[in-house]
Design a protein around this ligand. Structure first.
Ligand code: YCP
Ligand code: CO
Length: 288
């Protein structure tokens, strides 16, 4: 099932602000920050299978133990209440509080590293609820760029290639839920489905102009300066271009691999192909 908007829930701004102010004192994990170029992927576990045992990497938790609120989760009464009221706790494995700023996320698929887990223990359904966000926090899937607004509940298909750009010095904070892949006695979340015109509603979509040929040619001149030392900077420029212009399907990875082929540094192409494999195809040999 691909990403789709479910509905909008009311947020109690006052209680939310109190929780978020308290959460500023947390020590956030920066696990998965290698997926980002710019600011880190800061995340605090609020609910986890086995509780406070892991490091922030989902491969370090106990999937056969009861999921429960973590120490941090118990310190946030409003979010605790929201999670309890909303989710099927019997299948809920992780809830993370995720503040990010001034960053892009490399187009990737999630869950690829979890192939060793038994099927009914594997996290496979993700939900996003933005708590604080801004106009320049953009998501993409299938060459559709869209916004998730505060209070919106989204079924997020993390098995599809997705990318994010949060182009602001203002922090955006999402709640991210992961559910196990097994049948339940109730829906994953208890919210009435809104009527919409599409799985990503028109009003959530961001219209981008087609990337003009001369601009594409300008971008391609990055091949002249691309070396192993600036792969990430160049990739960030390519990803930001994708969020502002429509360059077509698979624009970011296609452009990056084409630049890698065209550049003078022979180390760039094998490195880029390895990144492509790791982020989009196969992480079975990795524990991260
Ligand atoms: C995301 N996926 O798509 C996250 C970023 C790695 C896992 C960190 O937001
Ligand atoms: Co992801």
């Amino acid at each position: 099932m691909k990403t789709r908007y479910v509905s909008t829930i009311p947020l109690d701004e006052e209680r939310l602000a109190k929780d978020l102010a308290h959460a500023e004192s947390f020590r956030y994990s920066e696990a998965y920050s290698d997926y980002l170029i710019g600011g880190p992927w800061k995340n605090a576990m609020l609910w986890a299978t086995g509780g406070d045992i892991g490091t922030g990497l989902v491969t370090t938790y106990s999937y056969d133990q009861r999921p429960t609120f973590t120490e941090y989760g118990r310190q946030l009464p409003y979010l605790q209440e929201l999670i309890t009221n909303l989710a099927d706790l019997s299948r809920l494995q992780f809830v993370r509080l995720v503040p990010i700023l001034d960053t892009v996320i490399i187009p990737h698929r999630d869950f690829l590293e979890l192939t060793d887990l038994p099927e009914d223990q594997r996290p496979a359904h993700r939900l996003h609820i933005p708590l604080v966000t801004h106009e320049n926090c953009l998501f993409s899937e299938d060459n559709v760029v869209y916004r998730m607004r505060a209070g919106e509940v989204w079924h997020f298909d993390a098995a599809q290639i997705h990318s994010v750009a949060s182009l602001s010095r203002t922090t955006r904070v999402h709640l991210m839920f992961d559910f196990a892949d097994r049948p339940g006695s109730r829906p994953l979340v208890d919210v009435p489905e809104a009527e919409t015109d599409d799985r990503i509603p028109t009003q959530s979509r961001v219209a981008r102009p087609p990337l003009p040929d001369d601009r594409r040619a300008d971008l391609f001149r990055l091949a002249d300066i691309l070396t192993i030392d600036n792969v990430r900077e160049v990739f960030a420029i390519v990803i930001k271009t994708h969020f502002r212009w429509d360059g077509g399907e698979n624009f970011a990875w296609d452009t990056m691999t084409a630049l890698a082929r065209a550049c003078k540094d022979p180390a760039v192409l094998p490195h880029t192909l390895e990144l492509l494999r790791y982020f989009t195809l196969d992480r079975s040999d990795s524990k991260e």
